[in-house]
Ligand binder design. Structure first.
Ligand SMILES: NC(=O)c1ccc[n+]([C@@H]2O[C@H](COP(=O)([O-])OP(=O)(O)OC[C@H]3O[C@@H](n4cnc5c(N)ncnc54)[C@H](O)[C@@H]3O)[C@@H](O)[C@H]2O)c1
Length: 503
């Protein structure tokens, strides 16, 4: 037996009236449920009720809610003087301090008060649900209900299944999550759950690329924003969340997965934290900030003053590159004339490897990333020792037609292929190990992290074969286990099956 999640009189108890508890109470009340708040700090629960009332009044003033709905929502809010007041609650959501011992003790107290059918859920972001449930008597009704900050604005909620959580409990929480106006995704009780795990690759791969000296943080950010449609570059994002938050989370998840190299971050990440360059909050992170907090954008690469190339030689078939050159008005030579630029469009390979494979003159060879948004923001790279005059003539020709060009150092997968392939690979691995369904993984990434696509959908944007090749080249060239492709991706690429095909 469990609760009737559709009941009109459903009652939610919320323990903790902080940033998250307030939000959870608000969406419960506006979702038509009774919301009772308890907090040990004097006046905190009443403060939360008043705060939420103000938020609801604002929604009414702005026309986002009718006056009658606003009034009814406010009437559904109340304060619990003690935990005993939760005795009639169908669901209790705990959102107190992130401390396992305190959470366990609060769960034990709640179990003593509520009926045996009531569900008890934690909003923890890092503690294993099964670890909290271990202290409880009826483990099947213990689950995670993980909201994102600020709750009323962030549509996603993770319903986390502990080892013993019953299907009835998960189903009921999914219904209640929807009633709260959220999009629930069902997630396994694993380090970082879904969103915090899935978000690792974007930042850690960017850190690796910057650490290798391939491109500067602001250049990597610009490529990911302009060529791939991410709302924020990885370094802007780390500065916003705070390096004192994202470095420890990276470490917890890396160790939680027993040092899986795919999840490792770079020493640069820790150096930033140790140096106290924590991001926006300290007005210094990967970027510098003015006194008013606004980001000081570093100078971009200078515009090329060279004579734009008029012709180029393509040593192997590259239809996208050929089309790009046609758009630029560059004529394509059928043979190498010994002086013109040699252009290549590698997938996963670095410029050095392609020069060796095709026996090209590395001084005149320029690689252009045509897999990712070349018209929006072109990335060009060369092998060490390239002739700057040749490279600048290529850049000048692209700058005539394209908004931005960034020249990077030699790198397998450039910047965008490499970061996207790593995000996609992690998405596929999460599907392989059952963190959530492929569809829920994609919802998690778009709604929880504002990615332009879900991480599994990203495979389709790059192409299954391309994604696999980028990873295999990265693994082959660097020799690093970090780049080993997920078996989920490998099988679907080799069999040419849709990437969401279940096992
Ligand atoms: N803030 C976020 O971005 C975020 C996002 C997702 C999940 N979480 C998780 O949500 C939980 C709460 O986070 P928060 O940011 O709202 O914290 P907060 O510090 O803003 O609020 C915590 C509240 O809990 C109260 N409290 C502490 N111990 C209590 C107890 N034993 N009984 C009753 N009340 C108690 C405190 O008085 C405080 O009002 C944590 O587990 C956190 O990991 C936070």
């Amino acid at each position: 037996m469990t609760i009737d999640a559709n009941s009109e009189t459903l009652k939610v108890g919320i323990v903790g009236a902080g940033a998250m508890g307030r939000g959870i109470a608000q969406v419960s009340a506006t979702g038509g449920m009774q919301a009772m708040i308890f907090d040990t700090a004097d006046g905190a629960a009443q403060g939360a009720v008043d705060f939420i009332g103000g938020m609801i009044d604002r929604a009414v003033t702005k026309g986002r809610m009718s006056e009658a709905d606003g009034l009814a929502s406010k009437e559904r809010l109340s304060v619990a003087k003690t935990l005993e007041d939760f005795k009639d609650c169908d669901l209790v959501v705990e959102a107190i301090v992130e401390n396992i011992d305190i959470k366990r003790s609060v769960f034990q107290q709640i179990e003593k008060v509520v009926s045996k059918d009531a569900i008890i859920a934690s909003n923890t972001s890092s503690i294993r649900i099964s670890s909290i449930a271990a202290a409880c008597e009826h483990k099947d009704r213990i689950a995670g209900l993980h909201f994102f900050n600020p709750v009323p604005l962030m549509k996603l909620v993770e319903v986390i299944n502990g080892t013993d959580t019953s299907k009835d409990t998960t189903d009921a929480l999914t219904v209640i999550g929807k009633r709260m106006g959220r999009v629930p995704v069902v997630v396994k009780d694993a380090p970082g759950f879904l969103v915090n795990l899935g978000g690792r690759a974007y930042t850690t791969e960017a850190l690796r690329i910057a650490s290798e000296g391939v491109a500067a943080p602001h250049e990597i950010d610009a490529i990911m924003r302009d060529a791939c449609g991410f709302r924020m570059g990885p370094f802007e994002l780390m500065d916003l969340t705070g390096i004192d938050v994202n470095f420890p989370v990276s470490q917890i998840i890396y160790n939680g997965y027993f040092q899986d190299k795919r999840l490792s971050t770079a020493p640069l990440h820790e150096s930033m934290m140790e140096a106290g360059r924590l991001g926006r909050k300290t007005k210094a992170g990967f970027y510098d900030y003015a006194e008013d907090g606004s980001l000081i954008q570093p100078e971009g690469q200078p515009k090329s003053t060279a004579e734009p190339m008029g012709r180029a030689y393509l040593p192997e078939s590259a239809p996208d590159l050929e089309q790009f050159l046609r758009d630029l008005g560059v004529s394509v030579l059928s043979n190498d004339d010994g002086v013109s630029p040699i252009l290549v469009a590698p997938v996963g390979e670095d410029c050095t490897s392609i020069c060796v494979r095709l026996e090209l003159d590395p001084q005149r060879t320029v690689a252009i990333d045509t897999v990712t948004g070349v018209h929006m923001h072109a990335t060009v790279m060369t092998a060490p020792g390239a002739n700057d005059d040749v490279v600048n003539s290529v850049i000048a020709a692209i700058q005539k037609n394209t908004n931005a060009v960034t020249r990077i150092k030699d790198c397998p997968g450039f910047v965008a292929q490499r970061i996207r392939a790593m995000v996609a690979n992690l998405g596929c691995e999460m599907a392989q190990i059952g963190v959530a369904s492929p569809e829920d993984i994609d919802k998690g990434m778009t709604l929880g992290l504002n990615y332009p696509q879900g991480s599994i959908e990203m495979v389709d944007v790059m192409g299954k074969e391309n994604t696999l090749i980028v990873l295999e080249e990265l693994q082959g060239i660097t020799g690093e286990e970090r780049y080993r492709p997920s078996l989920w991706l490998r099988r679907r690429a080799l069999l040419d099956l849709p990437i969401h095909t279940p096992d």
